[in-house]
Each structure stands twice: as C-alpha cells, then as structure tokens.
Write a protein of this length. Structure first.
Length: 339
C-alpha cells in the first residue's frame, strides 16, 4: 500500500554542495523575535508523578478495547515530555521548500503558523497541553551515490544551530531527523551527540530511506529492524544517563508493515520515549486504515500522525484531517507532524 508519493519532491533539491557536518556557525544572526505567548513550556518535573502519568496514559488510550494499549513498560525517568504533553511539530529542511513547511516559509511566518496550529490542537483537546517543535531533516537521502557511495547528504551544523535558535523563540522542542541511504545508524547517529546532550533536542529516523538491499533511495521502500531501533535507543539512553537528562523522544516514521521488522523485539527503555509515526498521505480513510494496520496493530509505546499541507489534497475527495478527527483515533497520537 505505497501511497506516499513525496519522494520525488524530497529529492528535487539534490544539487547541494554541502557534504559533511561542519562546526557550529559562531555568527549571531539577529532575527525579529516572536512572542511565545499562549505557547506553554513542556510540563516537566524533577520527580515523575506516576499517578499523573497513568492518568494521561489513560487519556491517550482513548478507551481502546483491543487489549494492546497501553503497552506495559517501565516508567520513564524524570522530566518526560510524554504523555503529559502533545507535541505539534513542523518538519522540513532549510535548503528546500519542497521537503516541508519548516523550510518553505520565512522564519517569522513559519513560527506564526506553528503557533496557530498549536492553538488549534489545544482547543481541540484541553486536557493535554499542546507544545510546539521544529523537526529538522539533518541527513537527507540522495538519488546519486555522492562521496563514499552513501546516497545520503549531511547538512552543516550551523543549520541545526539556526533551528535551535528559532525554536527558543517560542519555547519549542527540536527533533533532528536522519535518512541514512546506504549508510547506517551506527555511522550517522554519533555525528549529533553534542546536540543530544541538550535537554530540548530529540531524534527521528526514517526507515523509508534505509536501503539495506543496496537500491537507490526512491526505487524501493527501505526498512529498519528492531536491532536498528534498539541500537539507537541504547545510544540515546546512555547519553541521558551520563548527563542526567530527561528522556529523549525517538520518532520512527512508518507507512507500511515492512518498514519496521521484528517489532516485538524492540526494547523499551526508561530513558527513551519511542513514537511510531504514521507517515502516509492520501485520503482520510486510507490514512486511518494505515494507522490501524501498522501503528495500532503493532504497538510500541506512543503513536504519531503526519499531516500534509499539500499532499493530503492531491487525491480526489481528499483533504487534511482536523485535530478533532485525529483525536478520535485509538490510541490518540501524542506526536503530530506537519509537512
């Protein structure tokens, strides 16, 4: 059921001359500040309130009767974002207007649009605080092999620094996202360790562009195994423990069953909150069916749901779903991504 056809647009900006992560840009860019009014900071605490955790988990489960939810696991370490908040994220890359809303609009316009979306979600569900996030694609899959025949391109560090500065203007979280191509998580994840040591920076991985069979990205849908996800959560958990940080969120994008294999072997850790994100676009009924088949049916820990400002309108009788419609899902997604 491959109805996610965003790859051509995502690979439309392949002629980028930046090949490796550089040092952080020390230049301070002066920008017009946008007030963070009406955007609540994440609810965190030095001690985990297990009673509140159970309460918010129940709200998330939304009276699901399948017996699959909630997934049994250890309580997270103190400072967990989920399930005490619902994250509303803008996704994209600063080099491309085609990869998502984060790179499509000027900073001030983009941040205002995100604030407006957060307000819509807060109105739709007053029981759980809605908080903003910027989800930045820091490693992009490529149609040509490039240096090292990796079919991936790393963005310069100064772009991540810029996104972190923007996020601070509205008390937003930051997600760093990677598309490994022919590379591996073992090679790519450690490149961003200095950012993972920041308490407000989280992570995302995209199986679609993990080409274990040697195909060119876009020629087939890629995959991550439980072993790949376990490597990543173990890496993040080590950083959390060594630096006394709140749990890291890890978003795993998914719109087919084969994109994530051996899900029952995925290990949950108290230092990492794992989100399986429904990443497909199309008609509402198809998106809901994908969520039920590949997210609800193979439970991990938390769920996400992706909404496309453009691609969700590409099919006949199709449109972007409203917060109220998404909140009818069981369980309710705690991470919402707009592209």
């Amino acid at each position: 059921m491959n109805y996610k056809l965003v790859l051509p647009a995502m690979l439309a900006f392949l002629i980028i001359t930046v090949e490796s992560c550089g040092q952080a840009d020390s230049t301070v860019v002066k920008t017009d500040s946008i007030p963070a009014a009406n955007i609540p900071a994440p609810v965190v605490s030095n001690m985990l309130d297990t009673v509140a955790y159970n309460k918010f988990t129940s709200l998330m489960v939304n009276e699901d009767s399948s017996g699959k939810w909630p997934v049994k696991h250890e309580y997270p370490v103190a400072g967990a974002v989920l399930p005490f908040n619902r994250v509303i994220a803008y996704y994209g890359n600063l080099f491309s207007k085609q990869m998502g809303v984060l790179g499509e609009y000027p900073k001030k316009v983009m941040l205002k649009k995100l604030q407006d979306e957060v307000a819509r979600w807060q109105k739709a569900d007053t029981a759980i605080p809605a908080i903003p996030a910027l989800h930045y694609i820091a490693v992009t899959a490529q149609a040509s092999p490039g240096k090292g025949n990796t079919y991936r391109l790393r963005m310069p560090f100064h772009q991540i620094d810029t996104v972190i500065k923007w996020a601070a203007e509205i008390n937003a979280l930051v997600f760093i996202d990677i598309q490994v191509g022919h590379s591996t998580l073992q090679n790519e994840v450690p490149q961003f360790e200095k950012y993972f040591k920041m308490p407000n920076v989280h992570f995302g991985i995209d199986p679609e562009f993990s080409m274990k069979g040697g195909q060119k990205p876009g020629a087939a849908i890629g995959t991550f195994d439980a072993a790949d996800i376990n490597y990543t959560t173990e890496y993040l958990a080590k950083i959390v423990k060594e630096n006394n940080l709140p749990p890291k969120m890890l978003v795993v994008h998914r719109f087919t069953q084969g994109m994530v294999t051996n899900y029952k072997q995925i290990k949950l850790r108290s230092e990492v909150q794992l989100i399986m994100d429904m990443d497909g676009w199309g008609q509402q009924a198809r998106k809901i069916n994908t969520y039920k088949n590949f997210i609800h049916r193979e439970p991990i820990q938390f769920t996400g749901f992706k909404l496309f400002y453009k691609n969700d309108f590409r099919e006949a009788n199709s449109r972007i779903m409203t917060p109220e419609e998404v909140l009818k899902l069981k369980p309710r997604p705690m991470y919402i991504q707009y592209q």
